[in-house]
Design a protein around this ligand. Structure first.
Ligand SMILES: Nc1ncnc2c1ncn2[C@@H]1O[C@H](COP(=O)(O)OP(=O)(O)OP(=O)(O)O)[C@@H](O)[C@H]1O
Ligand SMILES: Nc1ncnc2c1ncn2[C@@H]1O[C@H](COP(=O)(O)OP(=O)(O)OP(=O)(O)O)[C@@H](O)[C@H]1O
Ligand SMILES: [Mg+2]
Ligand SMILES: [Mg+2]
Lengths: 253, 253
């Protein structure tokens, strides 16, 4: 029975998609059966895993709005044991269209039920907002993983996100917990990175992952080849960090 | 009569707020009367300009939802000639609340009318989504400035944004034009930066600003002091680039 992890933060560009792709790949390499659900209309997780925009293909939009089953859209990726429920630009219309549908916040949760016994872990990549797509992910999830950049603005956004999680817990998903705060794009040469890291560990000592993801250009090159870092450059510091994270996530299990 | 520029891109973390703050500061130093409108619930432009979250203060949420006039919320910043219409976390509720209000897409445009003759240029900092807050900005704007990172995912998001702009032009704002595409966080040491820059200049030769903003850690340090780069480190490469951009924006005028 799969553990569902929403990778969420309304602050943009913090490494949500990069984490979904690369954590997913290393969890699969550790022998876990993994599904990545791309819930962002920008579909960066989809293209980063090498899945092209198949023009006629069904995708997550059809599952949420047209009641197509999730099984019909799931595709394999180049990593053994890592599957994907792809997104595309069409999903951009879903935020508005979902507003008037029955159980608008619970549609993802319902669509995941039939496939939960086929996976060990399901990672949901969220868009940078707290709209109905991210709410669907939070309503379906057992836990939230919160990537934050080692930058000044990182801490401000966290307050907003934690408040939203609290509301979701009250109204939609009482079991939702914080799986962990993941520090990303850490640059040991800059003071700002040190300051943010210290501040986060001080304010959220129990929730912050031990693993820190360094800023590493190989991570931003990999998506242009449609490969996770485990294939593009497994010796890179970015790859090592995501491998460590996978082990840490499994041990938290 | 002010020129209204929406700084928008639903891709997160591309430098929208950093551009609003620092372009705003250098336009003011060139003698322009400038207003920055912070339309993001994360309120990064507000804190980056050193404006604290005044608990009881009115802010942009009250203008959009409670019909408070914009004049009542405008504050001065530490840069002469640069004013701010601040945001706060309360704005997070506006996306949903606006849905059922009259003229939900036109409320910002209406609120800007009474102050347009007091400024030469109004910069609107948008959140990383294409919801009602960004739509309000696009409906009010004369032009859109699109910051994009020199990263692989940058180009994918552009298609979605350009489609949205086209729809806004048809239904809400026929005069909306593309003011320019701004390349940000350019790192001359990496191939990916070179590739993205070449690709963007090839696909959008006439719309891309000559000025390119380099990746410069001083730009990410400045907000923690609540200062634009023009005050924090005017000799930095980041400061020089935003000064050049201000001159280019004025000459496009
Ligand atoms: N550790 C890292 N080192 C260097 N570059 C990184 C790292 N992590 C992510 N990137 C790059 O930074 C950019 C932002 O990352 P990503 O797209 O994963 O963030 P996101 O939170 O998913 O963004 P959005 O909010 O738009 O969904 C991408 O171009 C990505 O390739
Ligand atoms: N040229 C630059 N060099 C280095 N760091 C930068 C640069 N521009 C912005 N930053 C930093 O990168 C991060 C993202 O920038 P910023 O917050 O301005 O982007 P944004 O598009 O407004 O993000 P969001 O989508 O969340 O609104 C911030 O921490 C900022 O300080
Ligand atoms: Mg993403
Ligand atoms: Mg911003």
């Amino acid at each position: 029975y799969a553990r569902i992890v929403a990778i969420a933060n309304q602050k943009g560009g913090v490494g949500k998609s990069t984490t979904a792709i690369n954590l997913g790949a290393y969890l699969a390499m550790e022998g876990k059966r993994v599904l990545v659900v791309d819930l962002d209309p920008q579909s960066n997780a989809t293209s980063g895993l090498g899945i092209g925009p198949g023009v006629g293909d069904l995708q997550i939009y059809d599952v949420l709005v047209n009641e197509v089953s999730l099984e019909e859209i799931i595709v394999r990726t180049s990593t053994e044991g890592l599957d994907l429920a792809p997104s595309s630009l069409r999903l951009a219309g879903a935020e508005v269209e979902l507003v008037s549908l029955y159980s608008r916040e619970g549609r993802l949760k319902k669509s995941l039920e039939p496939v939960r016994d086929r996976y060990d872990i399901i990672l949901v990549d969220c868009p940078p907002s707290l709209g109905l797509l991210t709410v669907n992910a939070l309503a379906a999830a057992d836990e939230v993983m919160i990537p934050i950049q080692c930058e000044y603005y990182a801490l401000e956004g966290l307050v907003l996100l934690l408040r939203t999680i609290e509301k979701i817990r009250v109204y939609l998903n009482p079991d939702l917990r914080i799986g962990g705060i993941l520090l990303t794009m850490h640059d040991a040469r800059t003071n700002i990175s040190k300051q943010v890291m210290e501040e986060v560990r001080k304010q959220y000592p129990n929730e912050t992952f031990v693993t820190v993801i360094p800023r590493n250009v190989r991570l931003s090159e990999a998506p242009s080849y449609g490969q996770p870092i485990s294939q593009y450059d497994p010796q890179s510091r970015g790859a090592q960090a995501y491998q460590d994270l996978a082990k840490e996530v499994i041990s938290h299990g």
